[in-house]
Design a protein around this ligand. Structure first.
Ligand SMILES: Nc1ncnc2c1ncn2[C@@H]1O[C@H](COP(=O)(O)OP(=O)(O)OP(=O)(O)O)[C@@H](O)[C@H]1O
Ligand SMILES: [Mg+2]
Length: 379
């Protein structure tokens, strides 16, 4: 009789789960997906698809019974769900302890500060009347942020004056109850670093530069063009962050590089990250493969780049349509383009539908190729 392959359960079936599933399948592992509806980007790749709510204990029990380990597509899940899975004897990456240190941005920052990780100045913003106290501490402008559930910039507001504070406070508390305020960082570049950790070892990917448009990660340049000492510092900070939250598995750490040469951590995510998609073609081992290896407690693979440079550009929906690429021939007319399409059932303007990666010798050349390909691709 054949041995049953190890199975990784994933809470969520979006593009991060899909690319993790591809890496897992390639290595001979199975994937079980729990997602609201059938046919999700990751659900399409496996026969072990459970559909329904991730807070339904019956479904969680089923997922646990089918999986050797469980991982999450995003950290916005109630940590009690993770605790429940752990109470069934399953290892979950990230653990309920890590989730409870990361999910609330204020607790995350307080945790990182305890480990002397450099951060922008921050303070809880509890009341509308706190404006003067905040300005005294941070100056103006400052950034008001939802402590929970922020993504793609939803949940952030730039505050320039008292009136703006009151408006932003009302808007953000309307979505989620608690807020924090953070100094406005005059950064010259935004950076991100992926790192993986098992009980036995750690690995860190090259530092990349991320360029956001409308608060959404748009372009990633690997490696970031900065001097060696700064890059080494950023890599060390990333690993320190993972250790600070008692993290095992794969993590993405977002950072600011300031005009005066400081690196400040913006936030971290306990999962594969948009800034690491370039690793599929750009590195010896992709972030998704190292994610799979880490959650299964296997040896980690090399994070070295296979080419001197890589550029990734997100394909955001340009139409409200079917989610398919309308013009494949044009999209991949340049021989160096790697096209990734996530298989979402419909596209919306601005929705992450796929991405393009180009690797090569010179950043400028591949960046121009990626920009041209993104322009041509209609999805
Ligand atoms: N303190 C700050 N100073 C200057 N710019 C900031 C600050 N905080 C956030 N930003 C800008 O807003 C972007 C989104 O912020 P942040 O990462 O906190 O939000 P998020 O909603 O968690 O976003 P995402 O899901 O895209 O990571 C950052 O990448 C950066 O460009
Ligand atoms: Mg962010």
């Amino acid at each position: 009789m054949l041995n049953k392959p190890k199975c990784i359960g994933i809470l969520g079936g979006g593009q991060l789960a899909r690319m993790s599933a591809m890496a897992a399948k390639r290595m001979g592992f199975d994937i079980a997906i729990l997602e609201k509806e059938a046919g999700s980007p990751a659900g399409q790749l496996t026969s072990i698809e459970i559909t329904g709510s991730s807070s339904d204990k019956k479904l969680l029990k089923k997922l646990a019974s089918l999986s050797d380990v469980i991982t999450l597509e995003n950290e916005f899940i109630d940590y009690r769900i993770v605790e429940y899975l752990e109470s069934l004897g399953k290892k979950v990456f990230p653990s309920s302890v890590t989730i409870s240190l990361i999910q609330d941005k204020l607790i995350q920052k307080q945790t990182l500060r305890k480990y002397n990780i450099p951060l922008p100045k921050f303070i809880a913003a509890e009341h509308k009347a706190d404006f003067d106290k905040i300005v005294k501490f941070l100056g103006l402008p400052f950034v008001l942020k939802s402590r929970k559930m922020g993504y793609d910039g939803y949940g952030n507001a730039l505050v320039k004056d008292k009136n703006g504070y009151i408006k932003a406070f009302d808007k953000l508390t309307h979505r989620h109850s608690k807020l924090l305020a953070e100094e406005f960082v005059h950064f010259t570049k935004e950076l991100a670093v992926m790192a993986a950790r098992t009980k036995k070892e750690t690995c860190v990917y090259p530092v990349v530069e991320t360029i956001q448009k409308n608060h959404i990660c748009h372009t990633v340049i690997a490696p970031a063009e900065l001097n060696k000492n700064i890059l080494a510092r950023a890599r060390k900070i990333a690993l320190d962050c993972v250790k600070a939250v008692k993290g095992f598995g794969l993590y993405g750490v977002e950072m600011f590089y300031t005009k005066d040469g400081r690196i400040l951590v913006n936030e971290m995510a306990p999962r594969p990250h948009n800034s690491g998609h370039y690793t599929i073609e750009g590195c010896v081992t992709s972030q998704f493969e190292n994610h799979v290896r880490a959650v299964l407690g296997l040896p980690l693979g090399s994070t070295e780049m296979v080419n001197p440079a890589a550029v990734m550009i997100n394909l955001l929906g340009k139409t409200n349509g079917t989610g398919e690429v309308k013009n494949y021939k044009k999209a991949i007319s340049d021989k160096d383009i790697h096209l990734h399409v996530y298989g979402k059932k419909s596209s919306r303007i601005g929705r992450k539908m796929g991405h393009i990666t180009v690797t090569g010798k010179e950043t400028k050349v591949i960046l121009n190729k990626a920009i041209a390909a993104e322009k041509k691709t209609v999805i």
